[in-house]
Structure formats: C-alpha cells, structure tokens
Ligand binder design. Structure first.
Ligand code: MSP
Length: 659
C-alpha cells in the first residue's frame, strides 16, 4: 500500500551569524513533527532553508567587502552546522539563491503579471531594512518600525504591485470555511479582525533601489521583492515550474507550514492569495507558534540577550535542550526561557524521572539476577493498572502529537514515566528478593518495568533523538520490530529473558547553585566572542579603508581608451519616478547630448545649469528609466557617499580634451 504523504515546512531563515535558541525552537518543533509522522508510517517531506536576498544582506556584504553570495554562502554553512548539531532531519534545504528557485520565482512573477494580478505603479512609504518590510505612515510607532523599533527610511520608487485586495473576500471565505487552516484558533481571529476585515491594500512586490534579488526578467532594473521570493520557496523546492516536478505533484499542498506568530499574516494572506492567483491549491494548515522570550522581551542580537543553542547543547547534551524546548512552552503561546527553568527540567524530569527509572531497573536486574531475567515469571496485583496506563498514554500521546501539542504530549508521557517508577515502589523488589519463593513475582515485576520502558522509549523518539538508542542498549532491546511505533500498542512483546547492561547515567544531575553562574558566564562569553569577532572585522576593514582601495594597475594604452572631455550643462531636470536621477543636457563642443546622472540627492536641476563639468565622452550609450544616456559626468565621492562635481578651474569652454 502506498504511504500517505506529509509535507511540513519551517520558515526559511534570514542568514544570520547567530541563529539563537528561538530559531532552534521552531526548527526542533518541525523536526519532532516530521520524525513523529515518519514513525507513524507517513512518506514525509520536511523542508527548511534560507531566505538570502534583500537590501540588508547587500549592505552587510558591501560593508565586509565581499559579494552578497560570498557572504550568504558562509552564513548558510553555519546554519547547516547548527541544524546538524540539533539533529534536524530535514529532507531538503532550499536556498533562495538556488538556480531552481530563482527560475521558479521568475516564472511565478511572470504568470501573476500575465494574469493581470501584478501591475506597475509607484511606491511611496517607509521601509525598515532589518525587517525588510514597508510601512505606511500610520503603521509607524513614534516614527519608528512597529516591529523592531528601529529607524525607517522614506522610499519612493517605481514598483510592481500585486492585487492583494482582489482576493480579500475569497480569503475570508476560505478561512471561515476551513477552521483548521489557521492554528491555533486565536491567530485566525487576529487575521480576520486585524487585517482582512479592515481591508487589504495591494502589495509592493518589486524594488529598483538595490540589486541583490531575483530580477524581473521582463523589466530589467526591478527585482522581486522579498515575500513573493520567499514564500514561493515552498513550491519551488518541490520542482514547481520545472520539467521534474514529481515532488510538487506528490507533496503539494503542504500539510503544515510551521511559522512564528509574526509571520502568520504573510502565510495566511499573501501566500494563499498568490496561490489563488496561480490557480494552485492552498496549504492545509498554517500553524503560528509563539516566541521564546527572555524576561518577557524578544531575543535579539541588538539587545544582547540571545541564547546560543550550541553552548547549551555542549553543556547538557542535545536531548536535554530538545526536551526543554518542546516541554517547557505550551506550543502556540509565548514562553519564557530561563537558565534556572532549564536546569530544573533536566534535574527533575530527565535525571530523576527518566534517568533514574532506567538506571534503577538495570541496577536491580544486575543485582538480583546477574543481568538476565529468568523466564519463569508471575504477575502482581499492580500490573493491570500499569498496563492500562501504558495503553491510555499511547493513545493520548498520539492524539496530542497530531495536534502539535508537544508539551501536553510530553507531559502525558512523563506521567507514565512517573507511574512506572511508582510501580517499582508498589511492587517493592527489595522486599521480594528476600523471599526465594517470590523470585518469579520479582522477575515478572521487573519485566513489566522493562516493557513499560520499551514503550516509553519508542514514544520519546520524535522529541529526543539520542536517548532512545541509549535506553535500548541498556535494557537489551533489539532495534527493529520491538522499537517500531505500532509495537507500542501491545504490552508484552519483549522476550521474557531481558538482558540488561547498565551504562552511564542518561542525564547526570546538575548542581544548580554552582552551574547557574558557570552557565551565565558561558552564554555571555559566546556573545562577547561574536561581538569581539565583529569588532576585529570592523578594525580590519577600517585599516583597509585607510590604506586606500587597491586598484588594478593599467597601462597608458588602457587609459587612452577613455576619452575625457570638458562640457557645460545647459539644462537639467528631474527624471520622473526616480529619486536619484537627473536628466542633464550637456554641450560638448558642437554637440549637445543627454546624460543621466545619479546625483539628484546632491544637486538640484537649477544648481546644475551652467556647471563646467568633465565627462567620459566615449562611454557606450545606456538606457535608464526610458531615456538614453550618452556619456558620464564625473564626480568625486567622499567616504560618507557625498558627491562633488569634477570641474575645470579655469572654466575652459566645452569640448576640451582632459588628460
Ligand atoms: N525569512 C523570513 C521567513 C520567510 S518564510 C517564507 C523570516 N526569517 S527569520 O529568520 O527572521 O525567522 C525565522 C523564524 O524564526 C520565524 O518563524 C520566527 O518567528 C522564528 N523566530 C525568531 N525568533 C524567535 C524566538 N525568539 N522564538 C521563537 N521563534 C522565533 O522571518
């Protein structure tokens, strides 16, 4: 029988040199879900990736003196390292710089344009570079970005717009008819009342003021603006729009887009509207999880309060961190991260409840039976209750995991772990051992504990990736049919003669008072290390700038290829729809030519008229904003980007050679 498919995605991450524990939270949750579905027999596709275009990346790369691609390559390698350290079992990592994605986005943009859903207009508004988001005047908070509180820039440029408003009614209808589409429920209410009912505005989907993005191939100069580029990843990753789109046909529509609460809006309004425009099916569900916060505030590099997941994994092991992330916060709501809570969970849940259950069981089988249980076993009066709890827990666990309620699922599982510990206390092996005739009862009781541990270890697998195997080694469980998910449905599958091999503690207890200080110091050191690295880089760059840029040496013949000549500006005007360009009419000897210059922010047209300038006379003509520009007016640029025209100080007339 063909397996049922399950397609789950995380957001694609902005390349950052420090993905923090908040980012890991989302990815670990998606990973737990992907693992759970695989264990349940689904054909799973788990997608994650990186969102690599935009002005911010272009600026950082420029500042570091590397190309944007060089910059993102380095950062993406770091992201992949982190996911490897966290056992993220993605099936595909998409980069928005992948050729297939780039080609796919061009096709999607063109298809939307051909359909009449994208049109050209002019954008005027406020732009927050770090958030890569445009805002209208009334959306700003005290003149700053409403999301991150930083300064915004006024922008005005020719842009393409997507007719988002056209889809408003269809979106409302879809959301109302599919209550499972936006989860948790509270986010659905928020989308309808805060965004859809007040009315949607058309969406700016192209930019001209920077270059690091996917070009609009039918209109050079425009690049596809962030959300159309980013959201399309969910289908381009499946080969949509190519001649090998088998994955698209198999896995689309997505079963779950897992996203943080602040981007639910883009996934439940823009993305479905784009899909409607493309006549494609909509994802089945968008699940908006909450944030992991520190003292109630968002983690951010600028606040200096980010927690480096690698520090935690190095100190406590991966499973402790995965457990904490999935258990501590009710999925969907915000949850506070704090070091004390982490250590407490490790000590109470992992070391005491789970670790102790496995180690005391193995210890007793070693001590009382030399490591192997005899086949002759008898039941106890407490067995029925334990078995009933095991089977009820499996059922509850599955139903909660199906709803992505990880914390509740783990809480049920831990109730069973504690119940199994209680069963040991009830059967009192240390009393039974004193009576030789009770040996079969003792063996039967310890067998039941091992069997409960086997079922617990299977249920642990989606969340804890390493501990289950360690448990199997200690409790002598062969990986295979005895560790398959369906084997949780039957109590008693483990062969009676269990052979144990006690190993080291699964989760050593931590001395809270001592550890808190050390942990704080380690987290701080990790932050400072990255700050120190940055400062070092900045110093190197400053030194480089002081040395002056190193230009390639050229010969006099190379230089003679450039014909510089004096000219006089006789007219100048602004180029409509451009904030940068002036259209200058320049007299060069007997010739009058049009030269477009990007100096509108430094000179007014009135100031330009009469200026005696130097131009590159033999530069190949170029079309800009619909005008042909012939030549280039030379300017000097200082380190702050201010421009000053190069003139000739004896005010020679136009047409004189400059050499
Ligand atoms: N690139 C966009 C997503 C495009 S998806 C088509 C983006 N990237 S991001 O790197 O800023 O964020 C990625 C995810 O990490 C988001 O879902 C965001 O909510 C999540 N988190 C970032 N900080 C977080 C916490 N402190 N806590 C929980 N999740 C957090 O947005």
């Amino acid at each position: 029988m063909e397996k049922e498919k399950f397609y789950i995605t995380t957001p694609i991450y902005y390349p950052s040199d420090k993905l923090h524990i908040g980012h890991s939270y989302c990815t670990v949750a998606a990973d737990a879900m992907a693992r759970y579905k695989r264990l349940r027999g689904y054909d799973v596709k788990f997608l994650t990736g990186s969102d690599e275009h935009g002005q911010k990346i272009e600026r950082i790369a420029n500042a570091q003196g590397v190309t944007p691609k060089e910059y993102v390559d380095k950062i993406v390698a770091g992201i992949k390292d982190l996911w490897a350290a966290m056992d993220i079992s993605y099936d595909k990592f998409i980069r928005t710089t992948d050729e297939e994605h780039v080609e796919g986005v061009k096709k999607i943009f063109k298809a939307l344009y051909d359909k009449g859903d994208i049109y050209k207009s002019e954008y005027e508004g406020w732009y927050c570079t770090p958030c890569e988001t445009f805002y209208t005047e009334h959306q700003l908070v005290d003149g700053k970005c409403p999301d991150c509180g930083r300064d915004v820039e006024k922008v005005k440029e020719e842009s393409y717009f997507f007719k988002l408003s056209k889809y408003q009614d269809r979106l409302i209808k879809h959301i109302e008819e599919h209550p499972e589409f936006i989860q948790p429920q509270s986010r659905q209410t928020e989308m309808i009342s805060n965004f859809l009912k007040p009315g949607l505005e058309d969406l700016c989907v192209s930019r001209t003021s920077f270059k690091w993005g996917i070009p609009v191939d039918f209109d050079p100069g425009h690049i596809v603006y962030v959300w159309v580029d980013a959201l399309s990843n969910y289908i381009t990753a499946l080969g949509y729009g190519t001649d090998h789109d088998e994955d698209y046909k198999k896995y689309w529509p997505a079963d779950i887009h897992l996203v943080g609460k602040e981007i639910v809006r883009f996934h439940t309004i823009i993305w479905p509207a784009m899909l409607m425009a493309l006549d494609l099916p909509l994802p089945k569900q968008v699940f908006g999880h909450g944030w992991l916060v520190i003292n109630g505030g968002k983690m951010s590099k600028s606040k200096g309060n980010v927690v480096d997941p690698k520090v935690l994994v190095d100190r406590y092991g991966l499973d402790a961190i995965r457990y904490f992330l999935l258990r501590e916060v009710a999925f969907g709501q915000d949850g506070n991260f704090n070091n004390e809570a982490l250590i407490q969970r490790i000590n109470a849940d992992l070391a005491n409840d789970l670790g102790n259950l496995v180690s005391r069981t193995c210890g007793m089988i070693e001590k009382y039976f030399g490591g192997t249980l005899p086949e002759e076993q008898e039941g106890t009066e407490f067995d029925a209750d334990l078995k009933a709890m095991v089977s009820a827990t499996v059922e509850k666990y599955e139903s909660l995991m199906d709803k992505m309620l990880f914390s509740d699922a783990l809480s049920e599982l831990w109730a069973l772990i504690r119940r199994t510990n209680k069963y040991i206390d009830e059967t009192q092996p240390w009393v039974l051992i004193k009576d030789e005739t009770k040996k079969p009862v003792l063996a039967g009781a310890l067998y039941n504990v091992c069997e409960a541990i086997r079922i617990i270890s299977i249920l642990l697998q989606p969340c804890l990736t390493r501990t289950p195997k360690l448990i199997w080694q200690q409790v002598g469980i062969e990986e295979g049919t005895l560790t398959a998910w369906d084997s949780t449905k039957e109590f008693g599958l483990l062969p009676k003669a269990v052979s144990v091999k006690k190993g080291t503690a699964l989760f050593p207890r931590i001395d809270m008072t001592k550890e808190l200080e050390d942990l704080e110091a380690a987290l701080k050191a990790a932050q400072e290390e990255s700050v120190a690295n940055k400062m070092k880089k900045a110093q190197e760059e400053a030194a480089k700038a002081e040395e002056g840029e190193k230009w390639e040496e050229i010969t006099i013949d190379d230089f003679c290829k450039i014909h510089l000549v004096t000219g006089e500006v006789i007219a100048s005007e602004k180029v409509p729809k451009s904030s940068k360009l002036l259209k200058n009419t320049v007299k060069v000897g007997d010739e009058v030519r049009t030269i477009l210059s990007g100096i509108a922010k430094h000179y007014t047209p009135e100031e330009m008229v009469g200026k005696k300038v130097v131009i590159v006379e033999n530069l190949a003509p170029r079309k800009m904003m619909g005008e042909i520009s012939k030549g280039m007016i030379l300017c000097a640029e200082d380190k702050d980007g201010n421009l000053s025209l190069v003139t000739n100080d004896k005010a020679f007339g136009s047409g004189c050679d400059v050499m």
